[in-house]
Ligand binder design. Structure first.
Ligand code: SAH
Length: 283
């Protein structure tokens, strides 16, 4: 698609001067951007973007000034309050401001905090959801976050809190007992501790786990392992963030649903990984 090709006919909103649109850019693959996001990129005077936003996407706003406001765990980065106040400043200067964040802005993205600051300062805003890495990233790995034969619920949880520690507010024991499938964001640093907490609360060491790094990008890698071997295998394979961890039997479905592997010519490994003794949808 060229930069100037029109959006499909619809009543697309106008990004007015003095407004901030807080927008998700999806997990990486530019094709996972929403049309609202593209509409915003076409109109913005300034795009304030995060570390996880794909550069190809930024090139779709050639008229805009690009401002990096990245925050990555452990690295020196802009303070959240400064980013929020910068958005206020740009809006007050009459700019059409696009705040572009990886995945979905309201999923572990501090988008709620930025939006609050904007509202508190009287700045008009629009929220544009995006595909979150915990859903879209796992889909690209061939792991459905829900499946009728596996789970009726899924928990999205962060492995970091504001201080960089495993979050005190998370009751891992309760999650171990209640969460059929766990999707863990920012879990790499404390993967060993998280796995230990889950096993101490009764999850089996053999429980399937996956680590999806740089999901939906050309550099995507997927590790299949078990809870007991999670930390060892992350270290042995020198895996680096960003990564989504998935804990639960949903991971087994990758044996039949690794569609990217199939596109690359590898046949499905196992047509019935849950041992149902029947194809999924037949009686
Ligand atoms: N708002 C984002 C999440 C931001 S928190 C969203 O909805 O996806 C940052 C964490 O998201 C990373 O540490 C990682 O756990 C996850 N993440 C984001 N993009 C990812 C990607 N392309 N591949 C794997 N994990 C990703």
């Amino acid at each position: 698609m060229s930069d100037s090709s029109p959006l499909p006919a619809s009543d697309w909103p106008t990004l007015e001067p003095g407004w901030v649109w807080l927008c998700g850019a999806g997990p990486g693959d530019p094709g996972l951007l929403t049309l609202h996001a593209l509409n915003a990129l076409r109109q913005a005077d300034v795009v304030v973007y995060d570390a996880l936003v794909n550069e190809d996407i930024l090139s779709w706003a050639p008229q805009a000034t690009l401002e990096y406001a990245g925050k990555r765990g452990g690295k020196p980065s802009a303070k959240q309050r400064d980013i929020s106040l910068r958005l206020v400043e740009l809006a007050r200067a009459g700019k059409r401001v696009l705040r572009l964040k990886g995945g979905d802005p309201f999923v572990f993205g501090r988008g709620g905090e930025e939006a609050q600051t904007l509202v508190q300062h009287g700045i008009p805003l629009r929220i544009i959801p995006g595909i979150s890495a915990g859903i879209g990233g796992l889909a690209y790995a061939g792991i459905p976050v829900t499946h009728r034969d596996v789970n009726q619920s899924v928990v999205f949880v962060t492995g970091h809190d504001q201080t960089g520690n495993t979050p005190q507010a998370v009751n891992w024991q309760a999650l171990a007992q209640g969460a059929q499938v766990l999707v863990i964001y920012m879990g790499m640093k404390h993967a060993g501790r998280i796995a230990a907490e889950l096993m101490a609360a009764g999850r089996p060491a053999q429980e399937p786990c996956a680590v999806v790094c740089q999901a939906t990008t050309p550099a995507q890698t997927v590790l299949e392992t078990t809870l007991g071997h999670l930390e060892r295998d992350i270290t042995a394979n020198a895996l680096q963030p960003p990564a989504i961890l998935c804990v639960g039997r949903a991971v087994l479905l990758r044996q039949v649903l690794d569609w990217q592997g199939m596109i690359a010519g590898q046949p499905a490994r196992n047509l019935d990984p849950l041992n149902r003794g029947r194809p999924a949808e037949l009686p």
